[in-house]
Write a protein that binds this ligand. Sequence first.
Ligand code: 13P
Ligand code: SF4
Length: 327
Amino acid sequence: MPDTLTGPARAAGLYDRVRRVIPPIEWQTFEDDIDAILALKRQRNAIILAHNYQTPEIFHCVADIVGDSLALAREAARTEAAMIVLAGVSFMAETAKLLNPDKTVLIPDLEAGCSLAESITLADVRLMRSRYPDVPVVAYVNTSAAVKAEADICCTSGNARAVVESLGVDRVIMLPDEYLARNVASETDVEIIAWSGHCEVHERFTPAEIAELREAHPGVVVLAHPECPPEVVAAADFAGSTAAMSDYVEKRRPARVLLLTECSMSDNVAAQYPGIDFVRPCNLCPHMKRITLSNIRNALKTGRHAVTVDPAIANKARRAVERMLAL
Ligand code: 13P
Ligand code: SF4
């Protein structure tokens, strides 16, 4: 470790959390922003909620709460901080705002979207409802507030099956992720009517890629996110939300593991488990990567960009999220 790493962030021992995944020379470019963010959080009574796909310097060094979309929604509902900065994508910030209408919720980059959220509109949901009257609609949290407002209940990848089965019906509409819907359908007797949205990150994994990697890395344990196509999930050893993948590694400690998901997830988990060999093919989410230390610092400094939700849809959308959280 060079002696130049002497700033307060270094003094606080933060570099130790990420030394396995961030070289010292790169860390030096982060220190000033990290120190400024830590000070601004105290001044503003703010917390940072960071998704598992955020880069390690955000995830391990400035975030107060980290997790999957379900954990972030739960923590957003619980926090007493005056301000929430959502280090993640827009639908996550919108969900935090729905649960905290009187608090300031900031997203550091307004363009941090999601291919799933963009795959469906309010008009599409109404069309599905008119085609299948009386069939309840389960909306993945990766949707706009307007789409949530048209849904009966929300779900995440961590609770999708439980949400579907909680409704006590034979058939549900589950949107917008076709693959998540098909993966859940393979685990339940409830008939699932799907939409045709896909995650641009997870749809790119293939069974052929897994077969090649198993050959190149004998003994590798393959964990897949349920946004992957069903044939990819079938070729994996385990499928679960980002939090479930993390828990799997923590509890089972495989010697060698491959996480079929966004790249930073492996970095964040690898930073904590030096003894585990992480096989690294992964896909980047360009939306998650729009969030940086620099724009988090700017958000805390300037109060931009404050998330707003049209009051005409907020109450209905909140009901769908709260119904999920109550399960
Ligand atoms: P998780 O809820 O599993 O964290 O997934 C969110 C997401 O956007 C995955 O692509
Ligand atoms: Fe959306 Fe996929 Fe990015 Fe998750 S990884 S935020 S589902 S585009």
